[in-house]
Design a protein around this ligand. Structure first.
Ligand code: HEM
Length: 223
């Protein structure tokens, strides 16, 4: 046995643990995504009383880009998990392509709207800066995913779309961050600004780890 090989008894335990984590993730990710999408959709009631209190005036003054952002976000966040279902991809490739095109259009709307509202975000300059970087990375990873799909590079397409959705999922982790850290008594500016950076950096790190542990290579094929 080399130092890198796990003992025979360790392997099943590690595999079981990782399998259980993956199963939990398969339920938690779509559930949390749909929950945040549903809560975000309240902006379409156009009732300012439901808007983020500290930003009510700002959001009313930038309603069109805000709705573009939230509309795109609700669609992309909700559709994303469908794209990772291997059964659906294999059995309904046309559905995968159409859902994918909708995800990409929704991401473009989310990104453009986000870039327009970011300069008016809370706690400048560091929070808006974190969001702008997240926005650019989300648009870039999605564009790279599309480019690889068009060239039939399935494995690279999958890797970039995993990164794209990990960044999209920041909508969930950022809200979890606020939910968990607000009761600690830390200043709101610290909680918000740290979340504007940490929530997507953590998501990206988790995505990279999952990608490294996933299937080494998929065959190249036209899809
Ligand atoms: C992944 C890239 C994303 C970026 C770069 C981004 C960026 C932003 C920015 C800059 C703001 C304004 C923050 C402020 O006023 O301080 C904002 C607010 C908002 N975003 Fe996003 N966002 C992203 C994803 C999403 C997604 C996926 C959704 C929806 C499901 C969403 C829903 C909202 C909502 C509802 C608000 C209003 C504030 C609130 O009620 O929480 N965002 N976003």
């Amino acid at each position: 046995m080399t130092p890198h090989q796990p003992a025979a008894t360790e392997l099943p335990t590690a595999a079981r643990k990782s399998g259980a984590l993956q199963r939990a993730g398969r339920i938690a990710v779509p559930t949390l995504a749909l929950l945040v999408a549903a809560v975000s959709a309240r902006y379409f009631t156009l009732d300012p009383d439901t808007f983020l209190e500290d930003q009510r005036t700002v959001y009313l003054a930038h309603l069109a880009p805000l709705l573009l952002h939230v509309g795109g976000g609700v669609v992309a966040l909700s559709l994303g998990p469908l794209q990772f279902l291997p059964g659906l991809r294999a059995r309904r490739p046309a559905l995968h392509r159409w859902t994918g095109r909708t995800y990409v259009l929704a991401t473009a709307a989310l990104g453009v709207g986000g870039l327009l509202i970011a300069p008016h975000g809370l706690y400048p300059p560091f929070s808006p800066l974190g969001f702008v970087l997240l926005d650019v990375l989300t648009l870039t990873t999605t564009a790279l995913g599309v480019q690889h799909a068009r060239r039939g590079r399935t494995a690279a397409h999958r890797r970039w779309m995993v990164r794209s959705y990990a960044l999209m999922f920041t909508a969930v982790t950022f809200r979890l961050w606020l939910f968990l850290l607000t009761p600690t008594g830390l200043p709101a500016s610290v909680v918000y600004t740290s979340g504007a950076w940490a929530s997507w950096i953590v998501n990206l790190a988790v995505a990279e780890r999952l990608l490294r542990r996933g299937p080494a290579q998929e065959p190249l094929r036209r899809g």
